[in-house]
Design a protein around this ligand. Structure first.
Ligand SMILES: [Zn+2]
Length: 112
């Protein structure tokens, strides 16, 4: 909530004390920020800081885990390097082999 009102460094938080972007130099920042305690700021805060949103946010990392997709892409690059051209039939067969291999090894689970 600090960044959207133009505050990029703050105190009072145990873990984070500044934004993760590069330091903003006073006078060079042309970004239009919300005014703190304005109706727009209050409306945004009521949505972002709503208890049900914060509760769902803690579950987000469990829902969006991309490990299986990363395993698939890693295997795909092994058999189908980007620098090499393959015809459609070749890619199709390689994809089937990769999927069967990953399913048999238990590296990924079927979405079905
Ligand atoms: Zn910031």
């Amino acid at each position: 909530m600090h960044h959207i009102v133009g505050i990029h460094e703050w105190t009072g938080n145990a873990k984070f004390h500044r934004c993760s972007h590069e330091r903003v130099i006073d006078g060079e920042d042309t970004t239009l920020y919300l005014v703190q305690d304005s109706p727009a700021f209050s409306a945004l805060k009521s949505v972002v800081a709503a208890r049900h949103v914060l509760k769902a946010l803690s579950q987000l990392t469990k829902f969006c885990h991309t490990g299986q997709l990363e395993v698939f892409h890693s295997c795909l690059l092994k058999y189908c390097p980007k620098r090499q051209h393959f015809f459609y039939e070749g890619i199709y067969v390689k994809l089937i082999v990769i999927i069967v291999q990953l399913l048999c090894c238990g590296m990924v689970t079927s979405p079905l």
